[in-house]
Ligand binder design. Structure first.
Ligand SMILES: [Zn+2]
Ligand SMILES: [Zn+2]
Length: 184
């Protein structure tokens, strides 16, 4: 399913729930975009500040991996949630997370329509990241799935049995990509 454009929804919500205050001279005062495939731990976020390279950012980012396969109401509720954060920060100019202003606006929006509900937390299933690597013990040959390579981890069993529980270089796991191994 192609990702649907966010700006039309942003403009509609801005008129309906934020008195048009998130747009100035017909330009959004916060940018809105889909994430790349990497934003997997939250359905959406609002950030305002500077990136590590010093560049200014003020944006709402919605997670494409989490939201792309969910109904549009999930997208709408996430976008609206992040727009409340932007409105508190940029319009009210108050520093709060999910505080008084957030609750009040969330309740108002939820009472105005039945298409979606804004929640304090995004309650959408986060896709489980599958292990991509196998750590193989050169001593006993046991295999453990890992999401990423970890340098220097040793087989606990072999360290316990042969080295009195101390880390030993002869038990340091070697990593092989899972795609090269048919079953584990
Ligand atoms: Zn939030
Ligand atoms: Zn071992």
């Amino acid at each position: 399913m192609p990702l649907i454009p966010l700006l039309p929804i942003f403009h509609r919500f801005n008129r309906q729930y934020f008195d048009g205050l998130l747009v100035k001279n017909s330009k959004p005062i916060v940018s809105v975009r889909w994430s790349d495939g990497r934003l997997r731990n939250t359905a959406g976020l609002y950030r305002h500040g500077r990136k590590s390279d010093g560049q200014k950012v003020c944006e709402i980012v919605l997670s494409s991996p989490i939201l792309e396969n969910l109904p549009q109401s999930a997208l709408e509720s996430t976008l609206c949630h992040e727009m409340i954060h932007a409105w508190i920060d940029l319009v009210l100019k108050v520093s709060e997370g999910h505080g008084q202003n957030f609750y009040a606006r969330m309740k108002l929006i939820n009472s105005l329509q039945n298409q979606f509900q804004v929640n304090i937390r995004h309650q959408f299933p986060v896709p489980v990241k599958m292990p991509k690597w196998l750590g193989i013990c050169p001593s006993c040959g046991c295999r453990t799935p890992y999401k990423r390579r970890v340098s220097g981890v040793a087989c606990k069993k072999c360290c316990d049995v042969f080295h009195g529980g101390r880390w030993h270089s002869s038990c340091v796991l070697t990593f092989e990509p899972l795609s090269n191994i048919s079953n584990y």
